[in-house]
Design a protein around this ligand. Structure first.
Ligand code: SF4
Ligand code: SF4
Length: 179
């Protein structure tokens, strides 16, 4: 009698737990899926997420404030100055060291280095983690035009000055000749 009771007890438990499990399965079966098929699909990223940096290179003045503020020296840059214009060689950020603290962003006087929403840093080669943030090398087209205009202005100014000096010299010669 005890065995029969135990048998039916087990049958009841099996049915009850199966029903409980299937109820949860049924509930989620009717809902929209909550899994995301990464990397084909991505969850929305908050605006203030601290991801991979991006640089507005045209605004950058190579002041090094971001590099100096970085507590672990991840930022290195090199640019050649031509008067007010810059010829860019490199601007790198080493993600082997970066801890995404954002301390490099605040001191920027031009508000041109930002933390983006991209986060995928998957690679087989560590050297690829030293990212170059430049969008172009050398000088921008606008900078080249500005530099050319400044050179032409300088040349015109020098020519005008030389002409003025020559005229003054000729005048003083005439005056001496008259005397
Ligand atoms: S986020 Fe922090 S660690 Fe990374 S480069 Fe900026 S200051 Fe350096
Ligand atoms: S602080 Fe800003 S302007 Fe200065 S070098 Fe860094 S990114 Fe460029």
């Amino acid at each position: 009698m005890v065995r029969v009771k135990e048998y039916f007890g087990n049958v009841w438990k099996t049915l009850a737990t199966t029903w409980g499990g299937m109820r949860i399965t049924g509930k989620y079966f009717l809902q929209k899926p909550i899994t995301v098929q990464y990397p084909d699909e991505r969850l929305p990223i908050p605006d203030r997420y601290r991801g991979i940096h991006y640089l507005e290179q045209e605004k950058c003045i190579n002041c090094l404030a971001c590099a100096r503020a970085c507590p672990i020296d991840c930022i290195e840059m090199e640019a050649i100055r031509h008067g007010k214009e810059l010829e860019w060689v490199s601007f790198t950020l080493d993600y082997q060291k970066c801890m995404f603290c954002e301390l490099c962003v605040y001191p920027c006087p031009k508000d041109c280095i930002h933390m983006g929403t991209e986060f995928a840093l998957v690679t087989y080669d560590r050297s690829e983690l030293n990212h170059d943030l430049l969008s172009f090398r050398g000088m921008s087209r606008e900078a080249r035009i500005r530099m050319k205009e400044a050179e032409e202005k300088k040349k015109a100014k020098e020519a005008a000055k030389a002409a003025k000096e020559a005229a003054e010299a000729a005048d003083s010669k005439d005056e001496k000749g008259e005397g």
